[in-house]
Design a protein. Structure first.
Lengths: 251, 302
């Protein structure tokens, strides 16, 4: 029997035990964004013809919450275990680096999806239900959580102190998610920043995910799928290579 | 008779951390069923050696195997065969005692392990604390939980890295009774400790490490015989001692005399000379050499 289910279960139990912080809080945060931005901009902004600003914003907020929470789950679990020293509990048993990866990734994906569902659930009060492309929704949600879960593993292993992880989160993850079209369409940007946005994989995640909700997007969802899939494979390969070497875990 | 597979075999282990050579060619064989002590001053390489056995650290050179399973190549089997009680008092504050032990079992692929978990908790007096969060446990209880976690998968080889550092007398005693019991049942025990009297009482064989090298490795009995310096403390009814003994006898703090000797015949002739001089012995205490003397001696010599 493999130890993978136990490690996955432990990771799930960990965030579930503090769900006020890990699930409820991000849902409330997203709700605040929705209330403020839709109140201010609803009357003035129409990004796509026939789509209200609130309807435009909802998928962006759901995706942003999924991205941040998937990252948070694996990264904070790992840094806490490292700081506490209880990381030895998972290093001593016969778990392979692949099992280690899958367990942390799996729990990060579930946490991201649970938060995403929560955010979507509360936003249903504000924006009418519509879902022309549920297949795209699932594909983009899973890939987004998986990419961020894997980046979270790398960050959690790399960081040696809480403030290093906080720097990673505040100077990389947060700007990436904020500046990728959650609140606006990149077509409203100057040409230079539009070009820059096309090199940001998070932009494709938000754009493709929004396509599933409103049926309109800035780029072709198939192109987006290709970009984010390549991204996921590359980040997973990097994460697995680090884990295999025992980078900062087995000295 | 066929040769037994050693419980622990390390061969030519080397490990360097930046500018310190933590292990400088360590080779050891520990046989199944032994209670083996690993002694050495801080920084001698004890924890590095244990970390290599556990797969937490990778050696620069050399090999290590648990029950014949290489710790790198056959890490699954070697880790299944090994239970490690780490030196630091670590715990996961998200879980209670029972959850901790169930999860730890799960890491070893054991699903229905509650019977054994109950048994270890019972033996380590953890049962009343089963549903307590690990954060609320006392230091001693956290230490017991670490021992319990090391045993969830019934490993034949158990490594204890300074398990009694900062532990009160009661817990230390009950821990040793428990570990000795495991040893009697056939478990191989590898122990590192700073308490030399503990090692002397428990271990059948001892290796001493210094600066990453094994400087002594023998049965505890043989090691104790390395130093034959006995010591006698005497209280006499006279102020002066016979002239022949003035150089050998030294005043001790309590107003008596102290003499070191390696052969009991010397003591006999001292007593004869004292009687000859009409001096009566009011009190006499003999001190046998202990592991601490041997340890100090070896550390000084090497």
């Amino acid at each position: 029997m493999s130890g993978l289910p136990a490690l996955f279960y432990k990771e799930m139990l960990r965030f579930w035990k503090v769900m006020v912080q890990t699930v409820v809080a991000p849902v409330v945060t997203a709700l605040l964004y929705l209330l403020i931005f839709s109140h201010v901009l609803e009357e003035h902004v129409e990004v796509y013809p026939g789509v209200s600003y609130t309807s435009f914003l909802v998928p962006g907020l759901v995706m942003m919450s999924m991205l941040q929470n998937a990252f948070s789950n694996s990264s904070s679990s790992l840094i806490q275990s490292k700081m506490q020293g209880n990381i030895v509990f998972v290093l001593l048993p016969p778990l392979s680096y692949l099992e280690f990866f899958l367990a942390y990734l799996g729990a990060a994906v579930i946490r991201g999806l649970v938060v995403g569902l929560g955010v979507w659930g509360v936003t249903l009060w504000f924006a009418p239900w519509q879902m022309p492309h549920p297949g795209w929704l699932l594909a983009y949600a899973l890939l987004a959580c998986a990419i961020m879960g894997a980046i979270g593993i790398v960050a959690g292993i790399w960081a040696e102190k809480y403030d290093q992880l906080a720097a990673f989160q505040n100077f990389l993850i947060l700007p990436l998610t904020f500046l990728s079209g959650v609140f606006y369409s990149i077509h409203s940007l100057p040409a230079f920043w539009q070009t820059v946005s096309h090199f940001n994989p998070v932009f494709y995640l938000i754009d493709g995910f929004r396509y599933a909700f409103v049926g309109q997007s800035d780029t072709n969802p198939w192109l987006g799928l290709l970009v984010v899939s390549v991204c996921f494979v590359a980040i997973s390969a990097l994460t697995l290579a680090l884990l295999r070497r025992g980078y900062k875990l087995r000295h | 008779m066929s040769e037994l597979v050693p419980a622990i075999r390390v061969n030519g282990l080397r490990k360097r951390f930046r500018d310190t050579q933590a292990l400088d060619g360590v080779s050891l064989d520990i046989q199944p069923g032994e209670f083996f002590g690993l002694l050495g001053p801080n920084g001698a390489g004890k924890t590095t050696l244990i970390s290599i056995l556990a797969g937490l650290t990778r050696a620069d050179a050399g090999h290590a195997a648990i029950m014949g399973h290489d710790v790198i190549r056959d890490y699954r089997q070697s880790r299944r065969a090994l239970g490690v009680v780490p030196q630091e008092l670590v715990y996961d504050p998200f879980f209670n005692v029972r959850e901790t032990l169930r999860i730890q079992s799960g890491y070893f692929g054991l699903k229905h392990n509650d019977g054994w978990i109950d048994e270890i908790m019972h033996h380590l007096d953890l049962t009343p604390h089963a549903d307590k969060n690990t954060q609320s446990l006392s230091g001693g209880m956290k230490r017991r939980l670490l021992v319990a976690q090391a045993l969830v998968h019934k490993p034949p080889v158990i490594v204890l890295d300074e398990p009694t550092a900062g532990v009160d007398v009661d817990l230390r005693r009950s821990l040793w009774e428990f570990v000795s019991g495991l040893n009697r049942e056939g478990h191989t025990i590898l122990l590192t400790t700073h308490y030399l009297e503990e090692a002397e009482a428990l271990c059948s064989r001892i290796a001493m490490l210094k600066s990453g090298r094994v400087v002594a490795c023998d049965t505890t009995r043989n090691l104790l015989q390395l130093t034959n310096e006995h010591c006698a403390q005497l209280r006499l009814d006279a102020e002066a001692v016979p002239a022949a003994w003035q150089a050998r006898l030294q005043h001790d703090a309590g107003g008596g005399w102290r003499v070191n000797f390696s052969d009991y015949a010397e003591l006999e002739s001292l007593l004869a000379d004292l009687r000859g001089a009409g001096i009566r012995v009011l009190e006499m205490q003999l001190h046998e050499p202990d592991l601490e003397d041997v340890f100090t001696d070896i550390m000084k010599r090497t």
